[in-house]
Structure formats: C-alpha cells, structure tokens
Design a protein around this ligand. Structure first.
Ligand SMILES: [Zn+2]
Ligand SMILES: [Zn+2]
Length: 264
C-alpha cells in the first residue's frame, strides 16, 4: 500500500504534514487553521471532506506547530495524541485526548507511530509514521543532532528534516543577540551544517531521501541549505521545501532490503 505525505506548511508561519496510507490520515503538527487546512489539501487534490482525519499528532506546543490543533480537532471531531510534555488543558477538556509514551510504538488505525525525544526549548519529539511497507520521518525544531534521532530516521524511507539556518547568515543577520543564541543554541534549531552531519550519518541506512524544511526566511536560503546538506552526504537524495510550497510526497522504498536469516 502506498504511503503519501502532503506538506501543508513548513517554517515559522506554520507547520503541518498530512500522512495518508491504508485508509488512515494522520495530521502531524497543526500550525494552521481548519480553513487553511481544507484549502491546501484541496489544492493538492486530497480534499478533506471525503476521509476526514483520524488523529492529530502535535510534536510540541509552540504556536507554529500547535496553533491550529484545537480548532481543527473541534471542527473535525478527531482525537489529539499528546506526549506527556505537552500541557494543553483546554484541548484535554474539550476533545478526545489519547496520551502516548515517547519511545513506545502505538497505532492510529493501521498506521504505526513512534515518537522520540529531540532537544528543543520545549518538550519536543521527532515522529516516524509507518505502514506495513513504508515509513516517513518528520523532525523539525531540533537543537542538535542526536543518536536517538539518527536511529529513528535510519528506519524511514523518506524524511522531512529541518535545515533551519545558515550559521553565517544567523551571525550577521537581523536577529537580536538573544534570539541568535536561542536559535543557534543546543535547544534551538539545526543549522545547515548540523543537518548535513545528520544526513551523512544516515548514508547507507534505509533512508534514501531527505526533504529539507523549516528553513528560516531571514537566516537561510533554499540554495544554501541544499548545497550544504547535499555536499555533506553525496549519496543521499536531498531536496528542499521552500516556505509556502505545497507538495505531495509519495513514499517509496529507495533500496532493497535483505532480512537477516539464520543459517540452518
Ligand atoms: Zn517550529
Ligand atoms: Zn519549536
């Protein structure tokens, strides 16, 4: 069965990814409202009315990821899946909330979800969503590359990975000092070089294709992000998702796998 992902927004103006497969639709992050969600899905040829949404999985409570959760959950009457680091009393009071443990696989319909901690200035996770045959990883708002994140992405076919800023552009750009430290620090966002390090670690794993997202408008350009990451990991297929670009990704296995079979 095919697994598809619809990129509905990436970056500080709102993040959202709809993952669809085996008759199930999961919204990972909802940094946009129900009307935008509907319009963007319709523009991508995947209208909302037919199938609805089976669950929302926000990664953390920052507005560009969480701002639309309440309205969408209310409009679509769908459950919200929260890890213990997300405190959202209003959402809890009004909607079906399913709590899950970080690091433990759970299912939404026939799709499997796994979330792992990543460093950020709010409790934050990277997410893997898998059908029987395919898997996509999603990791934005990551302060620094970690072994746990590499392990999660190494089990995916395709990943949407943050390449937030160019270190030089951040250092000489318009941000005030405290914001530069926040973005560039270990609880902020991945620089192009750090994303390149992560991509290089993943060469030779199951992951064959990386889409760069959550690019800063002030402190990065799509060209710089792409160049830095692609040159760090020459055998990885790297593409870039500019701000506001809507697209549909079809998840395919990029390489053949041989299962380890015991002798005799
Ligand atoms: Zn963000
Ligand atoms: Zn954040």
């Amino acid at each position: 069965m095919t697994l598809r992902a619809y990129v509905l927004g990436t970056g500080s103006s709102g993040n959202s990814l709809l993952i669809e497969g085996e008759g199930v639709r999961i919204l990972v992050d909802a940094g946009l409202g129900p009307r935008q969600l509907e319009a963007r899905l319709a523009a991508l040829g995947a209208p909302l009315d037919a199938a609805g949404i089976d669950g929302i999985v926000p990664t953390h409570h920052h507005g560009d990821h969480f701002g639309g959760v309440e309205k969408i959950a209310r409009a679509l009457k769908c459950p919200v899946y929260l890890h213990p680091g997300i405190h959202a009393p209003r959402v809890r009071a009004r909607f079906p909330v399913r709590e899950y443990a970080i690091g433990r696989r759970f299912r939404i319909g026939s799709l499997e979800v796994l979330a792992e901690h990543v460093p950020h200035d709010a409790p934050q996770v990277a997410v893997r969503v898998a059908s029987a045959d395919h898997a996509i990883g999603y990791a934005t708002d990551v302060g620094r590359p970690t072994q746990g994140l590499a392990a999660l992405l190494a089990q995916c076919d395709v990943a949407l990975l943050e390449a937030n800023h160019c270190t030089e552009m951040l250092a000489f750009g318009p941000y005030p000092m405290h914001l530069r430290h926040r973005v560039g620090g270990g609880l902020g966002h991945l620089s192009n070089v750090q994303t390149g390090e992560m991509a290089a670690r993943l060469v030779g794993s199951r992951l064959g294709s990386i889409y760069l997202g959550h690019l800063s408008r002030s402190n990065n350009t799509p060209e710089r992000a792409l160049e830095t990451v692609a040159s760090a990991a020459p055998r990885m297929k790297v593409s870039v998702l500019p701000h506001g670009a809507l697209c549909m990704l079809e998840i395919r296995r990029s390489r053949a796998f041989q299962l380890a079979l015991p002798f005799d």
